[in-house]
Design a protein around this ligand. Structure first.
Ligand SMILES: Cc1ncc(C[n+]2csc(CCOP(=O)(O)OP(=O)(O)O)c2C)c(N)n1
Ligand SMILES: [Mg+2]
Length: 563
């Protein structure tokens, strides 16, 4: 049997039911074999960044045990995929990229390049196969690696593809996961601090979700009297708990009462979250609180703000369960009292005020998000790219039990929203609707993938928040005293025509009435549809105001608060 046939079968036998990718000399033989197998789907994308983004979106939507597989050809194919691969690494997505290792011959092949160092730069594992007999073990290793949240590249020597190999041995079983480095010496100190805390806060990150620690962390938080925050990647993790002291997103995207409570906390328990620039608002978000962090990643791999952080390096679910056992019985009121409730009660009215303004140059982004929030199903899988628009979408779409959120933020890479959404829609099938929200700039990074979504028969609503600008740069240039026009497009593309040409149903939205009608028509209609919504370029998000303008008078927004 040819090695290309073996690869196809081994992938199928390893449970890989969907492969996204772009063909070339390095993968076309096994792809043709794979596509012909019953019960699997070959989903060809138009660009490698799209393919890897789709695999990432698929893995995130399909759940923890599922690996999102993309294949790209060697050399330039892998090169085009690197930014999306880096984003998958930063998000700890279960992504496997199958490629070929170029033949290192003399004179050199045009596609010869040091792929191993590319993968290392992206932060992905690189596993080379030079012997057919090694294929099963390599596939099992890289699948296990991806499943553990470390994206991997499996590179089969190009010269092997069409060679014969007689092994039809069954696939090797996955190697057992290596024992996680565990350092839980800080548990008793942490328990003592938390038990004595008057103003505790619990921050939940994606690591809490991945380890299944959310429920236990909520119980611990309620016992010690804590308010809860989630990181952006973990948005929605707390929705099922319906906790009245859920403050929403932490860090850059936090609302004023959340910022006040976090800034005056005395102890913060961080579960499965990086204390990165976003989550800590550049390091200052938690004031002078003592920080306790529970995370599977060794502290050396993570940044931490100045001052001591009590590090508990362990699986979050295990550590939180042990922590709960060390806390005194009974519940303390902590921050879970009428004063906090009163602070939080003012937030809906504050948001309504934001949504009530009528900017002259387009629709009010806050009003648009409120309309989308009302129209989108409670069971929707919501995916966004990144750009200025993201700061309207992430904090103001409501987390509801059943809704899931995924953000293309991991690497600050624009244009991820559509591929992530397509991968998510393929994973969801007919079971639940997927909504991808993008900016006009991000959408135009890879609009061709809309046609991939049409070919895949995806149920996907694409919402473009179109300010005819790189809004992010537009605002930052203005703040820097430069002409923001350099970041704007005075001859915007006709996105509706683009989308229709690619096979999607599409509408341009210029008024709130058109928005309500468009959402009503498109929210649940099936197929690939796009709403191109003209939002005001002039409106700066609250997060941008906080990050880039002189500090606002937050006390005005949280009147009555005391420490
Ligand atoms: C690959 C890549 N290129 C460029 C940038 C810089 N960048 C960050 S946000 C942004 C603007 C994106 O525009 P759009 O999607 O329309 O969102 P908006 O900011 O207008 O809301 C750009 C160009 C980036 N982060 N990634
Ligand atoms: Mg824009």
């Amino acid at each position: 049997m040819k090695v290309s046939q073996i690869i196809a079968r081994r992938l199928r036998d390893a449970g890989v039911a969907v492969v996204f990718g772009v063909m070339g000399d390095g993968n076309m033989h096994w792809l043709a074999e794979y596509a012909a197998l019953p019960g699997v789907r070959w989903c060809p994308a138009w660009h490698e960044a799209g393919a890897v983004g789709m695999a990432d979106g698929y893995a995130r939507a399909a759940g923890r045990e599922c690996v999102g597989v993309a294949t790209v050809t060697m050399g330039p194919g892998l090169g085009q995929a690197l930014a999306a691969l880096t984003a998958a690494v930063r998000t700890r997505s279960a992504v496997l990229v199958v490629t070929a290792e170029p033949d290192h011959v003399s004179p050199p092949n045009a596609q010869d390049v040091d792929q191993r160092s590319w993968a290392a730069t992206a932060g992905a594992r690189y596993r080379l196969v030079t012997e057919p007999a090694d294929l099963s073990a390599a596939l099992a290793e890289t699948m296990a690696c991806a499943r553990s949240g470390c994206p991997a590249v499996l590179a089969v020597a190009a010269s092997l593809m069409e060679s014969e190999h007689d092994s039809e041995a069954p696939p090797a079983t996955s190697p057992p996961a290596g024992p996680a480095g565990t350092h839980i010496a800080g548990l008793d100190t942490a328990a003592r601090l938390l038990a004595a805390s008057c103003r505790p806060v619990v921050l939940l990150g994606r690591g809490a979700e991945l380890s299944g620690a959310v429920e236990a962390a909520v119980e611990v938080g309620r016992r010690i009297g804590a308010c809860f925050l989630t990181t952006v990647p973990a948005k929605g993790a707390l929705a099922a708990a319906r906790d009245p002291f859920d403050l929403g997103l932490g860090g850059t995207m936090a609302h004023p009462p959340a910022r006040h409570l976090a800034g005056t906390a005395d102890v913060v328990l961080v579960v499965g979250a990086a204390l990165d620039a976003h989550n800590t608002f550049g390091g200052s978000f938690f004031g002078d609180a003592r920080l306790i962090r529970v995370d599977i990643r060794p502290p050396a791999q993570m940044w931490h703000p100045e001052g001591e952080v009590i590090e508990i390096t362990a699986d979050a679910a295990t550590a939180i369960t042990r922590l709960a056992a060390e806390l005194p019985a009974g519940r303390r009121p902590g921050l879970r009292g009428p004063e906090t409730a009163e602070l939080l009660a003012g937030e809906p009215a504050r948001r309504a005020t934001l949504a009530a303004a009528h900017p002259a140059d387009g629709l009010n982004p806050w009003a648009v998000i409120a309309a989308i929030d009302d129209a989108v199903s409670d069971r929707a899988h919501i995916v966004t790219g990144v750009g200025h628009f993201w700061y309207f979408v992430a904090p103001y779409l409501s987390a509801r039990p059943g809704r899931t959120f995924h953000f293309g933020y991991g690497f600050g890479l624009i244009g991820q929203g559509l591929p992530l959404g397509i991968g998510g829609a393929v994973a969801a099938g007919a079971d639940r609707p997927t909504v991808a929200i993008e900016g006009d700039g991000g959408f135009l990074m890879n609009p061709q993938e809309l046609q991939s979504a049409v070919r895949f028969g995806a149920d996907l609503l694409v919402i473009v928040l179109n300010n005819a600008a790189y809004g992010s740069e537009f605002h930052k240039l203005g703040i820097a005293g430069l002409d923001p026009a350099a970041g704007a497009f005075d001859r915007p593309a006709d996105l509706v025509a683009v989308a229709r040409a690619l096979g999607a149903d599409a509408r341009r939205i210029g008024t709130m009435d058109e928005l309500h009608a468009g959402l009503a028509a498109f929210a649940a209609s099936g197929g690939v549809r796009m709403l191109d919504i003209g939002i005001a370029r002039s409106v700066m998000s609250e997060a941008y105001q906080r990050m880039h303008l002189p500090p606002a008078d937050e006390t005005r927004l949280v009147q009555g608060a005391s420490r």
